[in-house]
Design a protein around this ligand. Structure first.
Ligand code: XLS
Ligand code: NI
Ligand code: NI
Length: 436
């Protein structure tokens, strides 16, 4: 039986197509810089927005029904069937999930654990038949009221223990499903006021929590990556994984840097006051660019709107960073995105994914063109050329100290060698590549 009977498999029809149920730019098997688009982009479906999100907001009820006419465990199974059908029709290979996206949390942990085992057995069989895969799994450590003060950073040790139990179970099912990664997004790992907060203890405990997760997952044979997903705020006033630089500093301090990488979300970057590409670059230069939550925010709104990415400048700058970093290994592009509340039909699910996938395909095509064009990279190389010979080379080789540089500068006199940064010229090259 089909949950989306009027939707065909979505095909590539090219830039001139006006068929809404076709890709204009995403051509899975087309090669760009030696790899297919599919290999580069590694698209993933987010279970929460796609299979459970019903368009509720703080002021109103849901607008889109995701029960598929079922309740309880039957509803969870229907969502697996519908989700996998959607993935297959779109040609999306991977999915990402929270434990309690797959099932509704039960009254006791033991019952929730059992239901999780049952649903993931069902998923495993089906994904193997359909050729679908799990990109990453994560634990929902923020919805239940027990986590009102955090999970790994809770002031109450019983909450920490409960969260650890939940993470253990989720690692078990994620490993069973063949997940490439395990994500930690610490929505409530932060604080509302320092008046009631022991920040030092909370951070030490968070590190203990993550070490336990790594030790356990490795002990049952997990070979993939762990990812931290930075976000500055919401729901916490201040989230400890504020941005990539903060999270990387934390991982380094606590010796977690070998196991963890970043999962960078576009909308979280802008909430932190950064561009998406800034967060990707900070991750890449620290060898920590792991995966991406692909979405976009609204610059006029101060929260995580999780819109489907359609801004091709942004997808181009993103894919430039990804290409330069050598592409994804265990990670991919997870659409942590939802259609607007008013886009309430099941067809809109497909139209939204098509828009996001086309925007990233365009971003990939244009980023590859910027690299092939060579003017931008050539400009940067030239701009830093003083470091590859003469005094610059001696500095980077560690041969000189302040004393020698003082002698050099006194002898040389005023600097006359600065060259223009040519920002406008470079922006115009990007426009030329995008619109030609
Ligand atoms: C919320 C986060 C969340 C994570 C997974 O803002 O983006 O959806 O991706 O817990
Ligand atoms: Ni996310
Ligand atoms: Ni988010």
């Amino acid at each position: 039986m089909s949950y989306f009977p009027n939707i065909p498999a979505i095909k590539f029809e090219g830039g001139a197509s006006k068929n809404p149920l076709a890709f204009r730019y995403y051509n899975a098997d087309e090669k760009i810089l030696g790899k297919t688009m599919k290999e580069h982009l590694r698209f993933a479906m987010s279970w929460w927005h796609t299979m459970t999100g019903e368009g509720k907001d703080m002021f109103g009820s849901g607008t889109i029904d995701k029960s598929f006419g079922k309740t309880g465990f039957e509803k969870s199974k229907a969502r697996v069937d519908a989700g996998f059908e959607l993935m297959q029709k779109l040609g999306v290979t991977y999915y990402c999930f929270h434990d309690y996206d797959l099932i509704d949390e039960r009254d006791t942990l033991a019952e929730s654990n059992a239901a999780l085992v049952e649903i993931t057995d069902y998923m495993l069989k089906k994904q193997n038949e359909m050729g679908l895969k799990c990109l990453w799994g994560t634990s929902n450590l923020f919805s239940n009221k027990r986590y009102m003060f955090g999970a790994g950073t809770a002031p109450n040790a019983d909450v920490f223990a409960y969260a650890a139990a939940q993470v253990k179970q989720n690692i078990d099912v994620s490993v069973k499903l063949g997940a490439n990664g395990i994500v930690f997004w610490g929505g409530r790992e932060g604080y509302e006021t320092l008046l009631n907060t022991d920040m030092g203890l909370e951070l030490d405990n968070l590190a203990r929590f993550l070490h336990m997760a790594v030790d356990y997952a490795r002990s049952i044979g997990f070979k993939g990556d762990f990812f931290i997903e930075p976000k500055p705020k919401e729901p916490s006033k201040h989230q400890y994984d504020f941005d990539a630089a903060t999270a990387i500093g934390f991982l380094n301090k606590y010796g977690l840097d070998k196991d963890f990488k970043m999962n960078i979300e576009a909308n979280h970057a802008t909430l932190a006051g950064h561009t998406f590409e800034h967060e990707l670059r900070v991750s890449a230069i620290n060898d920590m660019l792991g995966s991406i939550d692909a979405n976009q925010g609204d610059m006029l709104l101060g929260w995580d709107t999780d819109q489907f990415p359609t801004d091709v400048y942004s997808t181009t700058y993103c894919m430039l960073e990804v290409l330069r970093a050598g592409g994804f290994k265990t990670g991919g592009l997870n659409f942590d995105a939802k259609g607007r509340r008013g886009s309430f039909t099941h067809d809109d699910l497909f139209l939204s994914y098509i828009a996001g996938m086309d925007a990233f395909a365009l971003g990939l095509i244009k980023a590859a063109k910027i690299i092939e064009d060579g003017r931008v990279d050539g400009f940067v190389k030239e701009r830093y050329s003083s470091w590859s010979s003469g005094i610059g080379k001696d500095i980077t080789d560690g041969k000189l100290g302040l004393k020698e540089l003082s002698d050099y500068a006194l002898k040389k006199g005023e600097v006359t060698t600065n060259i223009s940064g040519k920002q406008e010229y470079l922006e115009n090259i990007v426009n030329q590549v995008l619109f030609n």
